[in-house]
Structure formats: C-alpha cells, structure tokens
Design a protein around this ligand. Structure first.
Ligand SMILES: [Zn+2]
Length: 584
C-alpha cells in the first residue's frame, strides 16, 4: 500500500505531516530477532519493510534500485543486519507524486562532513522539491533531531540508540554519557527507575524513551513555530552540529527564506550568534535597503537607540523622546530611525513589522566587531539611497562612535549622560528646535500619508506603494491606520499584524500592477480558502503572510493572505494556498 501524506503544519523547512494518522518527523524503530522495538513505536523497520499497523512502506523497487545496506558500525554484531537492506524507490515511476519516501542511502557516512552533508541535502531537495518525505538511514540522536527536522528530514531510525546502548551509553538531548561515568542517573524514565544493573536492554529502553521524548518535543516546537529556537539550543552540545547549521544557513538561505513567514506573533529570540543569520533578520535588512524608500518630506534624520519593550513607541524611553518631539512646531520634518542589533536600521514606520516588533536580545551595551560592521554597512547603504540635509545622533556613546564613522558631519547630542535624563532631553529639544525651524513646515496629514507610502514600499515595493496610496488620506489612531480613497477603505495597517491588510478596493489596485496574483481554475468554486490544486499560476515572489489578489478568468474575485510560497501553490497537490479575507 502506498503512503498518503498530508502536511499538517510547517515551521520554516520543518514540517509535521500525517501519514494515515501517524505523524512525522518520526523514527523507524529497528526490529530484529534480538532487538525488540518499543511498544510505543509508530513505525517498525523490519528487514526492508517499514510497517505501521495497516500501512506498509516497501523500501524496494526491482528496477533502478540503489541498494543500501544499513551500516554496521564498530562493535555492532554484524549478523543482525546481514540481510538488512534498504533500497530507494524508483523515482521515474513516482515522479510528480507527493507521497513517496526519498532515501539518502549513504547519509550516515557524509553526515560526518558538515559541508558535504548540507550540499547533498540541498541538491537532492532542489531536484525533488520540499514536499516529499525524506529519510536518512543511520543518523539522528536526541541532540540532532531538531536540526535534522529543521533541514526538512522527516524520518530517522533507532540505529544510534542501539549502537549507543551497545557501548553502554545513555543518550540525552544534551549529550551522551557512559553508564560508568555517571554517579547518579539523571533520568526518571521507567527503564532508569526500574533498573539496578543497567544491562544493554535497560540502556536501550532508556535510549528509546529519550529519542521518543525528543521527537515529541521537536514536533511541538514545529507546531508552536519555535523550531529555530530549539535548534539553536540543541546544536550547542556539539561543534559538529553547529557547523552543519552554519553551512545550512549560508548555503540554504534561498530555500529557508521561501518558507519563513513574513508575519508571526511569536517572540523572536536572539539566543546565540547564529540568530544573526536567521532569515528574518537578513530579509528585513535586505528589504530596507532594496525596497524601502523614506517619506519624501522629512529633511532631518534623527538616529535613536532601540528599547527593551517593543514596539519601540510604547516603551518608556521612546515615550520620553516623543514628548520632546511633540514640543516642536515642525516635528514632521524629522525622520526617526532606530539603530539596533541584530536588525540594523529601522525606520520608525517599520517598528510594527515582524521581527522588529517582537525581538528579544540580551543587552550589554557592548558591540562586537561583527555587529559594528553590520550597522555601519547598512547605514551606509541606507544613506546612499535615502537623502537627508541634516543628521542628528541621539545615541549611547558606543553606538555614536560606530555610526558617526559613516555619517558626514553629524550633529551629536548628549555626551556621556543618560539619554533619558531631563538634562540631556532638554539639550535635544534645544538643538532640534533650532534645526527644525530652518525648514519648511510639514503637516501631520502630509506626513502620515508619506509614512504609509514608506511602509507600503517595504511590504510591496515602491511601484505598488504608489498605486495603493494614490489620492488617499490616512485615518485612525496609531498603530491602527486606515487608507481611505474617495470615501472607500483601501487597506488597514494593524498593530497586531504589523502589515497592511487590503480590502477588495485595495486588491483591485494591487491586481492592476500584475503582481501578487494567484490565478485559480475557472471551474474552481470559491467558497472558503483557496487550495493548491485549484491554483493555475501565481507570482513566484509571494511569501507566506503576503497579501494576494485571487484572479479567475482575468478578473479579481477575492483577496487574502498567502499560506504557502507562490511557487508551491502551483506545484503542490494539496494544502491551503490562500486564506481568503473578502470575496466578490
Ligand atoms: Zn532513563
């Protein structure tokens, strides 16, 4: 019987799929004459057949097979695996289906070489896509399940648990320990509680409990949208795993980027230096440089530090800064930009966007060389594209030094004092008063519209921003702002989502640009969501969380939020493609 799988949920490249009610990521528990699989096993690997109650995956095809003997590592009784073979299903026969299992037979050997391992996984995925189930025999332990699932691997097996037990090693997510070196057993699983002698069988049972427990932890992390955080914690136990993550971040950036949502309500935790390489950070920086354009009317740039509480505007320090700006007659001539790590340069209008609105980083006030280079590089590029007549720095000492190296003739306010003290704030007020009076007056309404245009340039690009904002005014109270044109609402920025949601009127405008479109089959009756099989074509730039216009017979029929990348909407055989907000 062939497997029928459904993707239940996704977190970046990791996903939970359901195969006849059993979930992946999962473990194939090896079962032989001498080694029993645990009773909680969902999948049992026996000879070359994986069985799971009423489903059976035959890992063998007569034609074009790649034979794969399960490796028999040192100290492992060879006899038990004598007839143990895995073979790869014939790809030509199953092409185009989402329900085959792809196996990388020699994964265990190349796992030892992080760069090669990452290359191999990426090259296979680039060929077969990211939908199919993927199994690498012989690798995986509680330390690496999170990382492997993060790389889109769906199945592991129990080989390492058995090998470790043979060596007398207890597996834990934080490492493996020989039974002889443990004065106390740091585990309360049924096997450890019951055992006095810690025989091979006892240790094996412990290892089974451990791998199963970690597996469930990994699946929960995927459900909660926190797989990346778990990965960064788990890889810390082995430099080898850190290498794999770093190679994957670098070489697989394009692939990961496709699956990282633009909108997310989770906190974005900066835990390690690897957090700096996360797609969310890099993509935000890229979009600020490539897409974003500053509001046209301000002539003065005011650089400010970030705050612990997000969004910045709602923090005590930024409230104080704001109370100063409110005293200026011409405050809208100023453009506030926040300088922060790891995100870089954040124009005030973008403070509601994920991950700016929800990142959490340990603050020490000390900047590493990498952070210094990052800030300077971004600021330089930002200022090449976005011009100001004057630049005012209101920053802590260290940041002031870093930024002033790349800004010509900055006006510096505050020396070593606390930036929220009355004395320093008064000085800021004095400087800004003189400076802002030199420039033509900018009104609140003009500026609000320009700020929205800048926001939209980040979300959609400059051309679409101009179309959406045409003949419009902005109503509402920050952070919830409505774009109104001819008495009709075009869209709304909400603080909660940190993105502009479009109405049908807004979608008409978006559709006129020929971008962010999802074309559905003319026979598809649109009721609730749009599902992938109904999609004929879609803009390849669409990412999860993007606003999209749904077209049928060249006419707009609905607007909604993308639930998968545009590319997959066309390729996938199942799954929700667009969550519809309004339809005609
Ligand atoms: Zn135990």
């Amino acid at each position: 019987m062939r497997m029928k799988m459904n993707i239940v949920c996704r977190d970046e490249l990791a996903r939970i799929t359901s195969i006849d009610k059993r979930l992946t990521p999962n473990i194939f528990f090896i079962s032989t004459q001498h080694i029993m699989h645990p009773e909680f096993a969902d999948f049992i690997l026996e000879s070359n057949i994986v069985s799971s109650n009423n489903i059976e995956i035959v890992l063998e095809e007569k034609e074009d097979e790649i034979e794969c003997p399960l490796v028999t590592p040192l100290g492992f009784p060879e006899a038990e695996f004598k007839n143990h073979k895995l073979t790869v299903a014939d790809r030509r026969k199953y092409k185009g289906n989402g329900d085959t299992l792809v196996i990388l037979p020699y994964g265990r050997q190349i796992f030892e070489n992080p760069s090669l391992f990452v290359d191999k996984i990426l090259s296979i995925r680039r060929r077969i896509g990211w939908e199919k189930l993927f199994y690498i025999p012989g690798i995986g332990s509680p330390m690496s399940y999170a990382l492997l699932a993060y790389m889109g691997i769906d199945f592991f097996d129990s080989l390492n648990a058995i090998v470790a037990a043979r060596r007398g090693e207890l597996l834990f997510p934080i490492g493996s320990y020989s039974i002889n070196e443990l004065e106390e057993i740091p585990c309360s699983c049924p096997a450890c509680r019951a055992s006095k002698t810690f025989s091979f069988q006892d240790i094996l049972q412990h290892n089974y409990y451990m791998i199963y427990q970690e597996l469930k932890l990994v699946r929960n992390a995927i459900r909660l949208g926190k797989i990346r955080e778990l990965v960064e914690q788990r890889v810390r136990v082995k430099p080898h795993l850190i290498s794999i993550l770093r190679f994957f971040d670098r070489k697989g950036f394009k692939e990961i980027e496709k699956y990282v949502p633009l909108v997310k309500s989770n906190s974005f935790l900066v835990l390690t230096e690897d957090s700096f390489n996360r797609v969310e950070v890099k993509r935000f920086q890229q979009r600020v440089i490539d897409r974003y354009i500053k509001p046209r009317n301000p002539s003065i740039l005011l650089l400010l530090p970030c705050s612990y509480r997000k969004p910045y505007s709602f923090s005590p320090s930024h409230r104080r800064f704001n109370s100063i700006l409110q005293q200026l007659d011409n405050r809208y001539i100023l453009h506030e930009v926040i300088v922060t790590s790891p995100i870089g340069v954040v124009p005030r209008e973008l403070e509601l966007v994920y991950p700016v609105a929800n990142y959490d980083i340990p603050v020490t006030g000390v900047w590493s060389d990498d952070e210094e280079k990052m800030i300077q590089g971004l600021l330089k590029k930002y200022l090449e594209k976005n011009r100001y007549k004057d630049v005012v720095l209101y920053l802590p000492e260290e940041l002031r030094r870093i930024t002033s190296e790349v800004i010509r003739n900055p006006i510096i306010v505050g020396s070593k004092e606390n930036l929220t003290s009355k004395k320093t704030l008064d000085k800021l007020l004095e400087v800004l008063k003189d400076l802002t009076e030199k420039y033509n007056y900018v009104s609140y309404d003009e500026r609000r519209l320009e700020d929205m245009r800048s926001f939209l340039s980040y979300q959609f690009g400059k051309e679409i921003a101009d179309v959406l904002i045409r003949k419009s005014t902005i109503k509402g109270r920050y952070p919830n702002l409505r774009i109104i044109s001819n008495g009709k609402q075009i869209g709304m920025l909400t603080g909660e989502r940190g993105f502009v949601s479009l109405t049908l009127e807004g979608a008409e405008r978006l559709a006129s640009t020929g971008r962010y479109y999802v074309e559905i089959d003319r026979d598809f009756k649109l009721k609730g969501s749009v599902f992938a099989p109904g999609v004929i074509s879609a803009d390849q730039d669409i990412r999860i969380g993007d606003e999209v216009c749904i077209m049928q017979d060249d006419k707009l029929c609905a607007v909604g939020v993308a639930k998968m990348p545009g590319e997959d909407m066309v390729l996938y055989q199942h799954g929700e493609a667009v969550n519809v907000r309004h339809r005609i």
